[in-house]
Structures are given as structure tokens and as C-alpha cells.
Design a protein around this ligand. Sequence first.
Ligand SMILES: C=C(O[C@H]1C=CC=C(C(=O)O)[C@@H]1O)C(=O)O
Length: 387
Amino acid sequence: MLESLALKQNLNFEFGALFASNGRELLSSGIHEWISVPARGGQDRGQGLHAAVEAAFERARRAGQANPILVGAIPFDVREPSCLYVPAAYEWREQAAVAEVVGEPSGVPDLLDQRSLPDEDGFKKAVEHAIVNFRHSDVRKAVLSVIRELRFAESMDVGRLLAGLRAQNSQGYLFRIPLPDEGELVGVSPELLIRKEGGRIVSNPLAGSAKRQPDPRADRAAAEQLERSQKDQYEHRLVIENIRSILAPLCARLDVPAAPSLMSTAAMWHLSTRIEGALQDPAMTALQLACIIHPTPAVCGFPTESAHKLIRYVEPFERGLFTGLVGWCDAQGNGEWAITIRCGIARHDTLRLFAGAGIVEASNPASEWEEVQAKLGTMLSACGLAA
Ligand SMILES: C=C(O[C@H]1C=CC=C(C(=O)O)[C@@H]1O)C(=O)O
């Protein structure tokens, strides 16, 4: 279990990544090798990212690692550099033992100021722009997002943030990824793009959302309304049909439930579909599969290319790692890649939070603004702040 034993002397806890899923968590320390090769074409065996990762695994093995792994994040735009590395050492722990790793939550520094990019008016205008565009183009859905930038009196304790995120969504994919520029990507994603174990795969896309309500009856009503919403069911269907069309030719068996079910985090209700399959070629890796499927209409839109163009036109910032992929994989091709949402980037005294919402023709700009604010609530409440 403890890959690190032979490598203890290399431990560098300043570069420790964490990825938690399914009751266990991966903790890495130190860096054996950075990989910044963009993920575009990462499905092509022996080329680009695939070749870079295989070569890095081989070098790690020659350096004494019995079973090297890759951890990190891939940006939304796969033409941009990846932020992946083969750690010097790592271990898997049961999630229960983790309090010890993240430490006790300490106080949050004073918030000095915050701003939204775009602001409320700018976001609503972007939604209106997208809706008009749907009427005059082939685009059916585009995911539009906002940044909330917070500046604190001193640096945020990322361990404290993690503890707050874990408390809110213990079923989620909790992550902390150190970045090369001293920042850290941190969040708890509810959405699994792909998990691969041997020849079996699981994907659990989400699309269609409603804010949780403090009153239990109002909360149940919000969930039921989401389930009945034609607009949200349509938004969801676009994602599922896209993923089905990509995975079906790669699978000997693919199970896609006929209708989505409800899933919840502390802040949100979502429509969720758990897709399971058996690969025709079990040698295909989790990373290859992730590169084929990403970006799904849950983070980009549909059709992908034209939705991406629309996003570039109306979003006033580069998303970077937000709505990309975060996770790990090993040299046998097993691994898990979650969607990088409900997250932020902590760097010195600033915290940049991100949230997006799927826009379709039936969307209402004011409701979509409310939705992104509610999604920001996950990170904000981990900071002890109101949404
Ligand atoms: C883009 C985000 O959420 C995606 C995942 C779940 C539901 C979504 C929605 O209902 O729009 C989004 O597709 C985000 O949380 O920032």
C-alpha cells in the first residue's frame, strides 16, 4: 500500500497533492517529474500526452518506484499546458484517518474585499447573448461561468478550507493540487467524468441544478421541481446523449439509465446519471478516455466546438483549470478523473472561486445568476462566508 517506503528520503511536503474518492484518499509528496504537455489528442497512443506519461512512468520505475502514478489537473481548454506530475512518493489512506492529515480547522483571515467577474449585470447580459445565439445558430447549450475573487488580510489556510469542504460533501471528490506558481487548486467536485478499474468504467455526469433549501419541505419541493423541469431534463439529456455517443463504440456493454436520478450536496440538488460499461479494449487508459470525453456538454455545451467558441466570445476571462479535470491514474491505466468544479485557486492572500451554469434557450438570466451564486456557496461556506 505504501509506495513511499523506499522513497522516504525524497519527501517534500510542500508539494503534497490530495485526491479523495469512494472512502479513500490519495496523498502524494514531492515531485518526481512535471508533465505540462497539453491534453489535446491525449487519447492517441504513443503520441503527445500519452507518450509523455508513459515515458515519465518508465523513468520513475527506473528510479525505483514499483508502481508510479500520475496526479494533477488538466485545463478546460486542452490546448493549454497540463498541470500533472508523477509524485516522488504517495500513499492511499482510508478516508477516516484523514483528520490527521488536514489538521484542525483554524480561523479564517478577515475578508478585505471581493468582486465578481463578470458582475451580475454582465453575467445576465452574457446569458441573454447566448439565448439569442441559440436561435440563430446550431448551438443548443453553453455553460457560462463567473469568478468571485476574494482578498483576505493574510493567506488562507488551505487545510482549513479542505476540512470545511469535506464536512459539506463527504461523498464528493475532494482535491488539493499544488500549482507551479505557488497557488493551490482546491475544491470538492460532485461530478465524476470517468473511473476505470481493469476493463470496467463508470461515469457520473451531472447537469440540471436547484439550490438546497434550509426548510426540509421546501428542500424536497425544490428537488421535485427540478425532477419535473423540462428545461433541466433537456440540459441533462444533451450531456448524457453526448457521453453515450462517445462511449458506446468503445464498450462491449454500456448501461445508461433511461432517466436521471436526484443527487445532492450541502448546497445543491442535481440531476445525475450513473453510466457503467465494460471496455472492448481494456488496455485503454483512464486518461485516454478522459481526453476523449472532455469537455462534455456539462461544462462546455453542445455541439462542443461551437459552444466553446461562444464561451470564448462571452466569458470575460480564461477558465484555466476550472471545468477541466482533476484526478490520478496509474501505469496500468486505472484511474479517476473528476470535473474541476466547486473549487477555487488559493494564492497568497487571494482566493479565486469559480462557478458556472448550463444555459439553454429556455433559461432565465436571473435564475442562472442565482444558480451560480448558490454553487459558489460550497466554497464560500468552507471559508465561513455566506453565499
Ligand atoms: C459548471 C458547474 O456545474 C456543472 C455541473 C453540475 C450541474 C451543472 C448545471 O446544472 O448547470 C453544471 O453543468 C459548476 O458547478 O460550476
